[in-house]
Design a protein around this ligand. Structure first.
Ligand code: XBP
Ligand code: MG
Length: 262
């Protein structure tokens, strides 16, 4: 059996529920500031989330939901400016303390560190967004806890492509079998699995109905002693009803065993 050496965390939807009340609101503020009458409602944003990356999401919206909009000649520059404004609004929302970490995240990070399990981040989002989330979390999470913070356009193709996980593995100098990814979405799951990494999912309102059949374990949350998780799918586990290092090792080992007979 390969020993579990590192956890690789997604950010949006996994460390914190950032999409509905964070990114979506920031996009709408940037649109209003630019004098655009675009408004991304909660259900529309759910549809747009199938495209990862904020700039890519704006372009997809124009192509599929607002083709009547008279596009400026320099569309790339226009989208880049709009997206930079969105990043400013998003980091401001984080600074206002509007977006808490999800249940159990802080405890699990601490416990992993105490047990010598290395930590990394693999995300599609802009690096400034990750740093702001860690800085404004209560209590803040020192970025140095993560040996690698792989974010945004550091790789050419965003999730569901495996590039960001492959990059993180190279930086960690670990094999896929030594790692476990923690994700919240089907795009994230595909990205990690295509890189050969077993994946644990904690769903949220936007992702609960997605296909997680390739995940090692699907939970509604990481959970805390007083806030137990619900098991929604994957391999059966027997341990406390919140994710701790013992349970992570169990999930990792069972996933490896299941993979060896696949
Ligand atoms: C996150 C994303 C990102 C954020 C916005 O996906 O799709 O696009 O919504 O971030 P994942 P930017 O959690 O799978 O990494 O606007 O900075 O691109
Ligand atoms: Mg995510």
């Amino acid at each position: 059996m390969t020993e579990l050496a590192a956890l690789i965390f997604d950010v949006d939807g996994t460390l914190a529920d950032t999409e509905r009340d964070g990114h979506r609101v920031a996009f709408n503020r940037a649109f209003a500031e630019a004098g655009l009458d675009w408004h991304w409602t909660i259900p529309l944003y759910g549809e747009l989330l199938k495209i990862t990356g904020g700039k890519e999401r704006i372009r997809y919206y124009l192509d599929h939901y607002n083709s009547a909009y008279q596009r400026p000649a320099a569309l790339d520059d226009f989208i880049a400016r709009l997206h930079a404004d969105k990043t400013r609004h998003y980091t401001q929302l984080l600074a206002e303390g509007k977006i808490p970490l999800r249940s159990g995240v802080r405890r699990l990070l601490e416990e992993a560190r105490d047990n010598g399990i290395r930590l990394a981040i693999a995300t599609t989002t802009t690096p400034a967004n990750v740093m702001a989330l860690l800085e404004y979390a209560q209590p803040a999470i020192p970025p140095a806890w993560f040996e690698v913070i792989a974010a945004g356009e550091i790789v050419p193709a965003k999730k569901p492509a495996p590039d960001i996980y492959q990059y993180t593995l190279r930086q960690l100098r670990l094999t896929p079998a030594q790692c476990l990814a923690i994700e919240d979405s089907e795009n994230g799951l595909q990205s990690a699995r295509q890189a050969g990494i077993e994946t644990l999912i904690t769903v949220n309102d936007y992702t609960a109905q997605q296909d997680f059949s390739e995940a090692a374990l699907v939970l509604d949350r990481i959970g805390e002693p007083g806030q137990p998780f619900k098991v929604l799918g994957g391999l059966p586990v027997s341990a406390k009803p919140y994710l701790d290092v013992a349970l992570l090792r169990q999930v990792h080992e069972r996933a490896e065993r299941a993979a060896s007979v696949r």
